[in-house]
Design a protein around this ligand. Structure first.
Ligand code: FES
Length: 351
């Protein structure tokens, strides 16, 4: 449908001598602006330019034909084991190279010819196609209903109750096959999501050196990452466990710890917090020792480690969970239990 065929009510109110549209008037500032004025291409008004475009398109299609012939010739004539040097790739198989090159040129030339043809010679008049109602007409609906009744009658489902009942039984049971396959999704998570590996007596191990941590290893102002004793990188479950159990250890002057529970759960100013951001679970890694703020690099959530790791900036909705720690008889830092809150994001909202 051309612009001339647009229903009258859809046409813009006014057009100037060039077809330009007056966008809106005072009464209706949101009036449909209609189609912009049509601009002629050079090929529309200059026959010589149109012929040039025609020759270009023909040349591209001819190039495609030649490349296809070249492809067949290469397939037949180029030895399988011949190598050639092609800059900058180096030495490659001559047959693969010639097949790829000729087929590539053949396809590209067809595409380029078609695009050039469409852009320069085919009609470029703007088209408007009105939406049609999706709903079927009453006659069509009635016909479908009649056909359905006719089909039911011909199949004799009403009369042949044995077939009907066994068919219903079969259709009811078939989905059970899918339900059984759900077993392949693995065991139910149980309480796994509520707990991490941490438990009373597990030593805190430095993630970089793989050595158990002593209080004297943690200097004021430093940030140390720790994992539970016994969790090794080659373990099958390493990624699953470390994603929940990774810790940040920092040492703060006890006088500077504002939160009472944090102080009770620390050891001589050493505090252990989950490294997993409570926004969407990125590992937190940036520590500002003057302010005791840690920053999540993903969306800049900032937590104050001197004040119960509460959120002071950013999208995270919850403080970082703290792990209660102490020192064992050998003088190493150890956990005094699991986290009391779930680590990471999302789980909070599950209740
Ligand atoms: S994951 Fe940490 S701020 Fe988004």
């Amino acid at each position: 449908m051309s612009s001339q065929d647009i229903p009258e009510e859809n046409l813009p109110a006014e057009q100037d001598a060039h077809g330009a549209v007056s966008v809106a008037d005072d009464k209706d500032p949101f009036a449909d602006p209609g189609l912009p004025p049509h601009e002629h291409r050079v090929q529309d008004i200059d026959e010589r330019a149109a012929r040039r475009s025609e020759r270009t398109v023909a040349m591209l299609f001819t190039l495609s034909m030649l490349a296809t012939i070249g492809f067949i010739a290469a397939y037949v004539g180029v030895p399988h084991d011949k190598a050639i040097y092609v800059f900058p790739i180096g030495h490659i198989n001559a047959l693969n190279f010639s097949l790829g090159l000729t087929l590539g040129v053949a396809l590209f030339a067809i595409g380029a010819g078609a695009v050039h043809w469409a852009r320069t010679l085919m009609s470029d008049v703007e088209m408007v196609d009105e939406r049609h109602p999706i709903e079927a007409s009453p006659e069509v609906r009635e016909k479908v209903f009649d056909d359905w009744k006719q089909g039911a009658k011909e199949s004799a489902l009403g009369r042949r109750k044995l077939i009907r009942n066994t068919m219903l039984g079969a259709l009811t049971l078939v989905p059970l096959a899918g339900v059984v396959l759900l077993r392949d999704l693995g065991p139910l998570p149980g309480t796994k999501l509520r707990h991490t590996m941490w438990r009373k007596g597990l030593q805190l191990v430095n993630m970089n050196t793989n050595e158990p941590l002593r209080p004297e290893d943690v200097a004021v102002g430093s940030l140390t990452f720790a994992k539970p004793e016994g969790l090794e990188e080659h373990d099958e479950e390493f990624q699953t466990e470390i994603a929940k159990a990774a810790l940040m250890i920092v040492r703060i002057q006890p006088d500077n710890i504002k939160d009472k529970r944090e102080l009770e759960w620390s050891h001589d100013g050493i505090v252990a917090y989950s490294k997993i951001c409570t926004h969407v679970g990125c590992p937190i890694s940036l520590y500002e020792q003057q302010t005791h703020h840690v920053l999540c690099p993903c969306h800049q959530s900032t937590f104050d480690l001197s004040d119960g790791a509460r959120v002071i900036f950013g999208p995270a909705g919850h403080a970082l969970p703290q792990l209660r720690i102490g020192v064992n008889e050998e003088g190493y830092l150890e956990a005094l239990g699991d986290f009391e809150e779930p680590v990471g994001p999302a789980f909070w909202e599950r209740g």
